[in-house]
Design a protein around this ligand. Structure first.
Ligand code: HEM
Length: 506
């Protein structure tokens, strides 16, 4: 005899149908996602994620599965774009839906880096920060106003090198900090252990630690953020509080300095002072000015450091490039003065050196992650809403079809020489894409150029010789959002007594 159906039977049957439907829909959807390495149930590709220099593994997966690679990390979809063509087609051309940022619970929410532009969600605050920055450094004309500061700081950099030639890393950090602090706050740094530079360095180091994937469980289980700080196992909350204090000081202390100077009418014009004077300050406006100035500092201090370091590294590794660039400067500028921005258009080979520095090792090999705001389809694939989309900038700039022999540092690839057209300008990719493109790109381009040009005019960069033996170096880079050359030794000496005199001539 057949037992009559109970409510429980009906509930179980309904659940089974719903589960089956979900599995079928998911696997149908999965079939429409781009290909990628096969992961495990639930955790997806978590165990296959590379621990360092992710851009190399992502590029390898691109060769194996096709340029667009799909990954799933505990259910979080991630899409890697390994070609410039796809990055432009999606992040540039469909920018209105590809411009959000993923939420980082430890770094963004608990510590407060979401107030810094790079992690600010796509919305009103994002637009306001970008508007303020565009007025100051948004184009070539705006940046031209800052040429005198950059030229003066380039000479100060040469002096620091001359005084402490063995402290290259520290000298470069001071130099980058000096430019951005002058522009953002009208602040002149102290030569020894500047308190603002030290504070910012600490905040940036904590940022790197806080946003390293897998470093904090709260990024995997966001509900943990509600745990009280005293709860056993909640030490991350206390760390977050401490690091939040550092970040707030990084934004507050220089801002207060400008206001103090303005009250005494002694301020040096800067991003902050100009906005505080100009803007009819409405509610919340001062907050935006303070945090966009801190965003300039956070975005500008560490990035150019890596590029300038790469410049020294490559001059050491490719001495023939250094010689040719110096010969070009000598023939155009002469040896009685240092190069200025007025010389730039007449120095195509030095321009090629700058482009190669930005291409050979892009400081942000994977840029910053974008977040897709709604479902999208592209070349027959489904890209789900909420997916994290990453452009493999390193791969775009090392694609052998676009840049033949990509590991060669060859400035001539950017010249129209011997009837050859220049290869694509790396600046079209290294600064990112769409509405999130680096707002500091013109400042970066000009400040790195003047630094390289003056260093080439004044110094020879050579291998260290010890006990008659040349110390060779093997170039190595750190992992992380901003990738730096690992420390290396080099000898930096004035090219002549005349060059040395020029450095101290002002
Ligand atoms: C070699 C130098 C630099 C390179 C290669 C570089 C590259 C980048 C890249 C790849 C991004 C992410 C773009 C995206 O999401 O698609 C970015 C964002 C950003 N950069 Fe730069 N950058 C450099 C220098 C600077 C400088 C000098 C500043 C400030 C003065 C700056 C400020 C920023 C800010 C605030 C963001 C966040 C933009 C946003 O989220 O809307 N960067 N940069």
């Amino acid at each position: 005899m057949i037992r009559p159906l109970t409510l429980l039977d009906i509930a179980l049957a309904t659940l089974a149908v719903v589960l089956l439907k979900t599995i079928i829909t998911r696997s149908k959807q999965r079939a429409r996602y781009p290909p990628g390495p096969k992961g495990l149930p639930v955790i997806g590709n978590v165990l296959q994620m590379p621990k360092d220099r992710e851009w190399l593994t992502f590029a390898q997966w691109g060769e194996q599965f096709g340029n667009i690679v799909y990954l799933s990390l505990l259910g979080q979809p991630m899409i890697i774009l390994n070609s410039a063509k796809d990055a432009v087609a999606l992040l540039d051309k469909r920018s209105s839906i590809y411009s959000d940022r993923p939420i980082l619970y430890m770094g963004g929410e608990l510590i407060g880096w979401k107030y810094i532009l790079g992690l600010t969600p796509y919305g009103d605050r994002f637009r306001e920060y970008r508007r303020l920055m565009a007025k100051f450094i948004g184009g070539k004309t705006q940046v031209e106003r800052h040429f005198p500061v950059m030229e003066q700081e380039a000479t100060s950099f040469l002096k620091r090198i001359l005084r402490r030639p063995d402290d290259l890393g520290a000298n470069i950090r001071t130099h980058a900090g000096a430019i951005i602090l002058k522009l953002a706050y009208g602040y002149t740094i102290r030569e020894d252990e500047d308190p603002f530079v030290t504070l910012a360095d600490r905040a940036m180091a904590q940022f790197t630690e806080a946003t390293t994937p897998g470093a904090f469980l709260v990024d995997v289980f966001p509900l943990l953020r509600h745990m009280p700080a005293w709860f056993p196992g909640a030490s991350f909350k206390r760390t977050a509080q401490e690091w939040s204090d550092t970040l707030n000081s990084m934004a507050d202390v220089p801002h207060a300095f400008v206001k103090e100077q303005m009250a005494k009418d002694t301020e040096v014009p800067s991003f902050t002072s100009e906005l505080l004077r100009d803007e009819k300050l409405q509610e919340g406006q001062e907050f935006n000015i303070k945090w966009s100035a801190a965003s300039l500092y956070a975005g500008g201090a560490d990035t150019t450091v890596s590029s300038i370091h790469t410049f020294f590294l490559t001059m050491l590794l490719f001495p023939h490039v250094q010689k040719r660039a110096q010969a070009e400067i000598d023939s155009v500028v002469g040896t009685d003065r240092l190069p200025t921005f007025e010389d730039r258009a007449k120095l195509p080979y030095v321009e090629g050196v700058l482009k190669e520095v930005l291409r050979w090792h892009p400081i942000g090999p994977l840029g910053l992650p974008h977040r897709l705001a709604q479902d999208d389809t592209y070349e027959g694939h489904l890209f789900p809403k909420g997916a994290i989309v990453i452009a493999n900038i390193w791969k775009c700039l090392h694609d052998p079809d676009v840049y033949p022999n990509p590991s060669d540092f060859d400035p001539t690839r950017h010249l129209s020489e011997n009837g050859r057209s220049p290869q694509p300008d790396p600046r079209d990719y290294c600064f990112g894409f769409g509405r999130r493109i680096c707002p500091g790109l013109h400042l970066a381009d000009t400040s790195i150029w003047i630094t390289c040009a003056t260093v080439l005019a004044a110094f020879n960069i050579e291998n260290v010789v010890e006990n008659g033996r040349v110390i060779d170096i093997v170039p190595e880079y750190t992992s992380g959002t901003i990738s730096h050359p690992k420390p290396f030794r080099c000898s930096i000496k004035p090219r002549s007594t005349r060059a040395e005199a020029l450095i101290f001539s002002d």
